[in-house]
Design a protein. Structure first.
Ligand code: SAH
Ligand code: SF4
Length: 384
């Protein structure tokens, strides 16, 4: 089963726009070459493999760079397809090294992508799966942005390509990568766009391309329970759950999707996640909100709730945004909360806020597809 949102009219790619080959899976690429008459079916697999390497291992954006493809075929490819990167509207670098790109993939479609050095093995890229989000979690800035639409696989892959262009990571380095992990923790709910997310993961994990191991890719969800199994089966990626509360009453307020899939169902879905084990733990994300969910009783309730699940807990200090009524818990309170989890045997790192000065931290992303410029947001907010 596959749930997806089909909301847009204006925002959908124009039918006449050439297909960007970067967003096609291997099989999709092979088929596209046949359909466009670029090569005969019996040669398509071999051609697709050649072209694949140029796109995903070398990162080329021009068919004429494909030196083992004959000139006339290069021309046919250029007629039928594109490899163009989207426009980078803004690039910001935080004083802590975090980079944020505002990427425009189509008129009115603006996405934010964030690179955070020294996270994961070397550095993590936080990618968006939708423009905005329909889910309205009350502490999340993205949730206040009206969803424009689901991103295509090409638009998800493009975020990785843009980051690697900037980090100088073509051809795919075997070792010493700066971009070593991918987290679907940017704008949007990935499980409402699972088909495109799964295709994008197939593309970026392919060994003859970007070659990021599926174990280094984490998909974060607010708890779309019916899609959890399919996510695990199709992508074999690491799972992160935005939990944030230990009882339905509070979670209904913080993560309204909880009214549809309450905690009991959510926990059952997580326990059944394919491949879960000590080597593949689920990450529970828990945002620390002052006086809301940060008491020692709640820490103990959390231990009880996740008992028996191979898990770690990420405590995320709340990142404020203009207009929010929530505040971040005091540091001491967060440490006390973490100590209770640690004592119960759960690794519970406190996630240091990164890139707050450029509004790149968790939950601060909100592109101007909703018509507020990032510069105006910065001006509205005093940054530390
Ligand atoms: N929609 C998905 C993935 C994107 S959100 C999800 O909700 O899981 C990535 C993480 O940032 C989630 O755990 C989310 O709850 C958290 N988050 C949202 N707003 C935040 C904020 N203002 N401060 C800190 N974390 C926040
Ligand atoms: Fe959407 Fe995730 Fe933000 Fe909730 S926390 S509004 S699901 S992006």
């Amino acid at each position: 089963m596959s749930l997806s949102l089909d909301i847009s009219h204006a925002a959908r790619a124009r039918p006449s726009a050439p297909v960007n080959l970067s967003g096609l899976t291997r099989e999709g690429l092979r088929q596209a070459l046949i359909d466009a008459g670029v090569c005969p079916p019996e040669k398509a697999r071999m051609r697709a493999s050649q072209i694949w390497g140029w796109i995903h291992h070398y990162g080329v954006t021009d068919f004429s760079a494909m030196t083992n493809v004959a000139r006339d075929m290069q021309a046919r490819l250029a007629d039928a397809f594109t490899l163009e990167r989207p426009e980078i509207v803004e690039r910001q670098v935080s004083k802590d090294g975090t980079r944020k790109w505002l990427i425009r993939t189509a008129p009115g479609i603006e996405i934010e992508t964030v690179y955070i050095p020294d996270v994961g093995r070397a550095g993590a890229l936080c990618v968006s799966s939708q423009v905005g989000c329909t889910l309205n979690c009350s502490f999340c800035h993205t949730g206040t942005q009206k969803l424009v639409r689901n991103l295509t696989a090409a638009e998800i892959v493009a975020q990785v390509q843009v980051a690697r262009d900037d980090l100088g990571e073509w051809p795919s380095p075997k070792e010493d990568r700066r971009l070593s992990n991918i987290v679907f923790m940017g704008m949007g709910e990935p499980l409402y766009n699972l088909d495109h997310v799964a295709d994008a993961i197939d593309i970026i994990s392919d060994n003859e391309g970007v070659a990021l191991s599926r174990r280094r890719i984490t998909v974060s969800t607010s708890g779309v329970v019916p899609q959890l199994n399919e996510l695990g089966e199709r992508t074999q990626t690491m799972l992160a759950i935005s939990l944030h509360a230990t009882n339905d009453e509070l979670r209904n307020v913080l993560v309204p999707l909880n009214k549809k899939y309450p905690l009991e169902q959510l926990m059952a879905g997580i326990r059944a996640y394919p491949g879960l084990g000590n080597a593949r733990r689920v990450t529970f994300e828990y945002v620390m909100l002052k006086g809301v969910n940060d008491s020692p009783e709640e820490a103990r309730a959390l231990v009880k709730l996740i008992a028996g699940i191979p898990a770690k807990v990420n405590l995320i200090p709340f990142n404020p945004w203009p207009g929010t009524e929530y505040e971040c818990s005091d540091w001491k309170t967060i440490e006390r909360f973490a100590a209770i989890l640690n004592k119960a045997g759960y690794a519970s790192p406190i996630r240091t806020p990164r890139g707050r000065d450029i509004l790149a931290a968790c939950g601060q992303l909100k592109s101007e597809s909703e018509k507020i410029r990032a510069s105006a947001l910065r001006a509205m907010m005093s940054v530390d």
